[in-house]
Design a protein around this ligand. Structure first.
Ligand SMILES: [Zn+2]
Length: 275
């Protein structure tokens, strides 16, 4: 079938030569369809641009909301921290108040606040801070000459007090100290500052060290394999006074640790922690 053409004359308004546009007639008949497709395409493009813009804007808003949430969370954490700190400081204040009242009742400290003994439930008097600022040094000095803490970190094998005879297993005996298990050569540390009174072999104690403290306490370390100090030497808490062994009346390497007060043995377990 012969192909038909349509000629479109483009007439110029300024008397210039007219132009002719010849296109297949079939396209002229379909112009409505082409126009519709074109309008749909443009509309789809516009819709995409609009949707994309809305997406970007809502993402930005979402990021803004998230940022606000993060800032709020950070502030909440700060608030919880400060509340926790305030609680702890409150507890410390209560304890200082209790210590103050105890020491005042014991006649140790002068009571700064007029009107009778401190009331532990009341808000702490700021003058107490001044007071402890001056007196904590004295407290520290007292702590340093009192045997506090462990001479060696190890398993507690035998308590202070009556126990079965560790050699025969029959009958009981009074154990004047505590036994802490260790390995031969492990360092044994002094528990308070003082002067070494003895560092010598002493019967059942084997190689032992005796330290005299200004607080009136005496500490004894037994069954050592070697000495770390000499008699007359000044020592402080943490200094190595000897090494774990099994000398004297001992069933294996361990430290025998005693604390005496006014020539009487006391339970060292009460001095291992601040409980
Ligand atoms: Zn012992």
């Amino acid at each position: 079938m012969e192909k038909k053409y349509t000629t479109i004359t483009v007439v110029s308004s300024d008397d210039a030569e007219s132009r002719y546009l010849t296109i297949p007639s079939v396209h002229v008949k379909r112009w409505k369809m082409y126009a519709t497709v074109f309008i749909i395409f443009i509309s789809a493009c516009l819709l995409s641009v609009i949707l994309l813009s809305i997406g970007i804007i809502s993402s930005g808003m979402e990021i803004g909301r998230l940022n606000t949430s993060v800032i709020k969370l950070k502030n909440d954490v700060k608030l919880i921290d400060s509340l926790n700190i305030r609680n702890k400081v409150g507890n410390i204040e209560k304890n200082i108040n209790d210590i103050n009242r105890y020491l005042f009742d014991r006649g140790v400290f002068r009571n700064n606040s007029a009107g009778g003994p401190a009331d532990s439930s009341a808000k702490i008097d700021l003058s107490i801070y001044d007071y402890y600022d001056k007196h904590t040094e004295i407290l520290l000095k007292s702590i340093k000459i009192t045997p506090v803490g462990v001479p060696f970190t190890g398993e507690l094998k035998s308590d202070y007090g009556y126990r079965n005879n560790p050699f025969s297993g029959r009958g009981s005996e009074f154990h004047k100290g505590i036994d802490i298990k260790g390995s031969t050569g492990d360092p044994v540390k002094c528990t308070a500052s003082g002067i070494v009174e003895k560092a010598e072999y002493e019967g059942g104690y084997g190689k032992s060290v005796v330290i005299k403290h200004a607080s009136g306490y005496i500490t004894i370390f037994g069954h050592l394999s070697a000495y770390g100090v000499k008699p007359g030497q000044e020592v402080k808490a943490g200094d190595v006074i000897g090494y774990i062994g099994s000398t004297g009346r001992s069933t294996g390497p361990h430290l025998h640790y005693e604390i005496h007060k006014e020539e009487t043995d006391v339970n060292p377990q009460n001095f291992l922690t601040l409980k």
